[in-house]
Write a protein that binds this ligand. Structure first.
Ligand code: PLP
Length: 455
């Protein structure tokens, strides 16, 4: 099938990194800051972020005391779990699936190996009825087991232990690029309040957005498509600080400079209530070493203060990612949809993020397709099983889905990559091998991470 692998240059549509040409290298060659940071991070960066986030999300109340500087969304997720969960008392980690797979290990690191549960999505976002049902069952179980208080950790003046964690990417999700409706966002916040859940959202793609109309002149989109869950929690039904609430809130936003400046900066922020932001800053590693990434945080503060990074997002990143998306999408429409593949939420006016999620015809197994693409076409794609919550026993399996990334590869390889994939699918359909060689997903094999070098 096709030419031998080594005659073809590698095309990597798996790796979810920004292309090196999109890094603002000139902007960040500035500013030494070699001392320890305050626990909650560089003050100037917090001030600049408060202004930018107010401008972009237009919430009523972003203030520096709601922001804590982090080492990026991954480091910050680990930190939130350390401060606000306990592996016994915290009943479950609810993960909207398919999910950003590199988050799984952070839940495992914090003792939640057996407590991760997938929550499916529908057209509006998270399946709220499923979540409500499962939360109830989880609470009934906790009651039967007498799970009434934390065993290994205690609440301290700067923290509390939540009963549930919900992890989601509600806007331009990784991997599906779905965006939740407003109604669904409000329902989730209400449910989180009812069940003492903390909703952790990775809001890392919100600024990378553009029009799906490829014929229209691309306007700069300098306002968020949707409020974050943390904004909704701030305002809905009396807000997070309403009478009788403990003041920690039920949503926290994980922001990152990885996608809008460069992942090597290892700098991001959390935003939540003042108590939440302060709690994050009091994790032991920050109490001892100060907020992470102080050097780069100080550099980022400078380029926000001049407005250069904000302009870079609008003038360079939005049009570049729009062009990449449209190039790949045109190829998908021409070479994949006629073969029976389908898209999610295809009728949107604004889209964003890094990825296109496709469902294969049901007789084509994504693991077989990804492995054959790698060995025979020198083409890397993300197979659905990667995004499946480990240990979850529900129906949330993605054996017939794939994720393609348009951010990493050279732009002139996006079309040839999709063409190779189309040819391969056609030949799998023709010779009837599409589902026969089903293998265990490499990702499921505990301890092994054989393809991690590609992402
Ligand atoms: C949903 C999501 N969260 C977090 C990250 C990683 O963010 P950071 O580089 O800030 O740790 C990524 C990067 O791919 C992502 O897609």
């Amino acid at each position: 099938m096709g030419a031998p692998k080594d005659e073809k240059p590698l095309i990597n549509l798996l790796r979810g990194w920004p292309h090196p040409s999109l890094l603002p290298v000139e902007l960040v060659k500035r500013e030494p800051a070699l001392l320890y940071a305050p626990d909650d991070g560089d003050l100037k960066l917090r001030e600049e972020l408060a202004k930018w986030l107010t401008d972009f999300y237009q919430p009523s109340n972003v203030a520096i005391n709601r922001i804590c500087i982090t080492g990026g969304a991954s480091q910050s997720l680990g930190c939130i779990l350390q401060v606000f969960t306990e592996p016994v008392y915290t009943r479950n980690i609810w993960i909207v699936a398919p999910a950003y797979f590199l988050a799984f290990r952070m839940f495992q690191d914090n003792g939640f190996h057996d407590k991760m549960r997938a929550v499916p999505e529908d057209d509006e976002g998270i399946d709220i009825d499923f979540l409500r049902r499962e939360l109830r069952k989880s609470e009934e179980r906790a009651e039967r087991e007498g799970n009434n208080e934390p065993v290994h950790k205690r609440a301290r003046p700067w923290s509390k232990i939540y009963r549930h964690i919900l992890y989601a990417v509600p806007t331009f999700s990784n991997p599906t690029s779905k965006t939740w409706t407003m109604r669904r966002r409000e329902e989730v916040v209400r449910l989180a309040r009812e069940f003492d859940a903390l909703v952790i959202t990775d809001d890392v793609y919100d600024m990378l957005q553009w029009s799906t109309d490829r014929t229209a002149k691309q306007a700069q989109l300098d306002k968020a498509l949707m409020p974050r869950l943390v904004d909704i929690d701030s305002n809905l039904d009396g807000g997070a600080l309403r009478d009788g609430a403990d003041g920690f809130g039920n949503a926290v936003s994980n922001g990152s400079f990885s996608k809008i400046a460069g992942p090597g900066l290892r700098t991001g922020w959390v935003e939540g209530t003042e108590k939440m932001a302060w709690g994050c800053s009091q994790v032991g590693t920050s109490r001892s070493g100060g907020a992470p990434s102080q050097f780069t945080a100080a550099a980022v503060a400078e380029i926000l203060a001049t407005g250069e990074l904000q302009s870079y997002v609008l003038d360079v990143l939005q049009p570049s990612y729009a062009a990449r998306y449209h190039t790949m999408m045109t190829a998908v429409e021409e070479h994949l949809l006629p073969l029976g593949l389908t898209l999610v939420q295809s009728d949107r006016e604004v889209i964003g993020g890094y990825f296109i999620w496709l469902t294969l015809p049901s007789h084509i197994d994504a693991a077989v397709l990804a492995e054959t693409a790698r060995t025979e076409e020198n083409l890397l794609i993300g197979e659905g099983a990667l995004f499946q919550v480990p240990g979850d026993t529900s129906d949330a399996v993605f054996a017939h889905s794939i994720r393609l990334c348009f951010a990493w590869e050279d732009v002139d390889k996006l079309l040839p990559g999709v063409e190779r994939l189309g040819r391969l699918i056609q030949s799998l359909i023709k010779d009837g091998t599409a589902g026969k060689m089903r293998q265990q997903s490499e990702h499921d094999q505990e301890g092994k991470d054989p393809i991690s070098r590609y992402w």
